[in-house]
Structures are given as structure tokens and as C-alpha cells.
Design a protein. Structure first.
Length: 279
């Protein structure tokens, strides 16, 4: 009895140790500001997270070749209140880029997650040496990883038990019609997604773009701008161009702003836009 019990304890110890060694692969599924980054193939890095904050105004994914600085925003999600969400980055220069998440909360509060690099989608098994039945040699991130096997005895018959590595698989995510990002999963009331205006909106460079409707006289248009508290800021009259941009320095700070577009005094549209903070 003792001869069969001690080998079993040794096997249990080895399996537990291997599971702890693989723990960083699954810790990313904690709630924000923790998040998970995985490389699913050449030029495909998936960033995913679970949101447990009661109120979130903005979630932006940022990327940099440096873990400490030079982060640039590559995506601002349209619905920051989704409980589970993600994004597939297909434009990274390489698979060793760093990612972090900017989270804007209620009342102007915000925070950044820690920066991290992608984990591989799976462990790549290579036959580096002959398999002796005692251990397997795997390669992960260019380093050899030894997964040992041990023998226990049941009814005086040897049984090989192998410690299996934990691998997070991409098929656990839900995907829609596009490969750009996984579908968000909701477990609480969904806030309607923000849809930008066709006439006044922010472009990728952070400027406010104005594109007035065709077929009307420009001098008849008037645009009034307000802050998020509906305090009047300034007004544009006697417009000379149909398509132009405004520098964001006119608005003094980041956040939500409102506008009203008039044609000969008649309100055409009342909408809002968001100016992101320069990081």
C-alpha cells in the first residue's frame, strides 16, 4: 500500500506545480484593469477584457513598442459598458508589441492598466529529442519547457499519468461577421451604442470635422457649440466652406461636447461628439 501511495503523491505534486507554472496564461481573464492579450497567428493579436465597473465612460486600447511610453490609441470601443469585449489588432508591426487599456470612469476619473505583451495561442510541440516516455520537450517563446510524466500503480499495473499544460483556445470566443473583434457579451442592461453625427464629428487625427449637407447655401448655416453641461461656448456663422475642420484647442479640454446645427434659424440636428485626451 505504501509503495503505491507515495508515487501517487509525487505525481500530484508535479501536476500541481505545472498548473501553477501555467497560471499567467489565464490570469488575464480577471476584471478590468486586468486584461488578456493573445497572439493567434502572424499579425493577429487579440486583446480582451471583462468589465465589472458600474459606470464606464470610455475604454481605449493602446499600443507601443515600449512598455513604458509612446503608447498610441488604436481603438476606442463604441460601447464601454459591455461586460465582456475585445479587439483583434491586425496592424501591429510585430508580435512583440506592448498593449495597455485606458479606462475613463465617472466624474472625470480615469486609470491605465499595466502594459503587457501577447501570449502565444498554444504551445508548439517539437521533437527535439527522442521521447523516453518519462518527459516531453515543448518549445514556448523560443525556450524549452519540460513536462514530466510519472508512473503510479493500480492493481499492480503501471499507469502513465502526464501533466498537461493549460492552453487558452481562441474557439472559446464568440465571433460575428467580421474577424476584427469578438462579439461583446452582456449580462446587464445594454446602453445604446453611440452613433456619430454625419455633419459634425471627430476624425482619426483628433480634429472636429464639419461636413455640411449638399444643395443648401452656406451662409444660411449656423453651428452652436456647448460643453457637456450645456454651457454655450461659441458659434460659427456665415460659413465659407462646406467641408472643413476645427482644431481641438478651441475646446480647451477633453470630453463630451454638444452642438446644434441650424439652417436659416431652423434646427437641423442636435448631437454630440467626444474629444479624446492626448496621451
Amino acid at each position: 500500500m505504501k509503495n503505491s501511495f507515495f508515487p501517487f503523491l509525487i505525481c500530484l505534486f508535479i501536476i500541481t506545480g505545472n498548473l501553477k507554472a501555467q497560471q499567467p496564461l489565464i490570469s488575464g481573464q480577471d476584471t478590468l484593469p486586468e486584461f488578456f492579450v493573445m497572439n493567434s497567428g502572424p499579425g493577429k493579436n487579440i486583446i480582451s477584457w471583462v468589465n465589472n465597473f458600474p459606470v464606464v465612460k470610455q475604454i481605449s486600447v493602446q499600443r507601443s513598442a515600449d512598455s513604458m511610453s509612446n503608447f498610441k490609441t488604436i481603438l476606442t470601443v463604441t460601447d464601454p459598458m459591455a461586460v465582456q469585449n475585445g479587439y483583434m489588432d491586425t496592424r501591429a508591426q510585430n508580435d512583440r508589441m506592448f498593449y495597455r487599456i485606458y479606462i475613463q470612469l465617472d466624474k472625470g476619473q480615469y486609470l491605465f492598466s499595466k502594459s503587457k505583451r501577447p501570449y502565444p495561442d498554444s504551445l508548439i510541440k517539437k521533437k527535439i529529442a527522442a521521447n523516453t516516455g518519462r518527459m516531453d520537450t515543448l518549445v514556448q517563446n523560443g525556450q524549452k519547457v519540460i513536462v514530466r510524466t510519472d508512473t503510479i500503480y493500480i492493481d499492480n499495473k503501471p499507469v502513465i499519468v502526464k501533466a498537461q499544460p493549460i492552453v487558452i483556445k481562441i474557439d472559446e470566443y464568440q465571433f460575428g461577421d467580421t474577424i476584427a473583434s469578438p462579439n461583446p457579451i452582456y449580462s446587464k442592461p445594454r446602453v445604446p451604442a453611440y452613433t456619430p453625427s454625419l455633419y459634425v464629428y471627430t476624425n482619426r487625427d483628433g480634429y472636429i470635422r464639419v461636413s455640411l449637407p449638399e444643395g443648401e447655401k452656406l451662409k444660411h448655416y449656423t453651428i452652436k457649440f456647448f460643453d457637456d453641461n450645456q454651457t454655450f461656448l461659441f458659434e460659427l456663422k456665415e460659413l465659407k466652406e462646406r467641408d472643413f475642420k476645427l482644431d481641438k484647442s478651441n475646446f480647451y479640454h477633453a470630453g463630451w461636447f454638444h452642438f446644434e446645427l441650424y439652417d436659416e434659424g431652423k434646427l437641423i440636428e442636435r448631437h454630440k461628439f467626444y474629444l479624446a485626451k492626448d496621451f
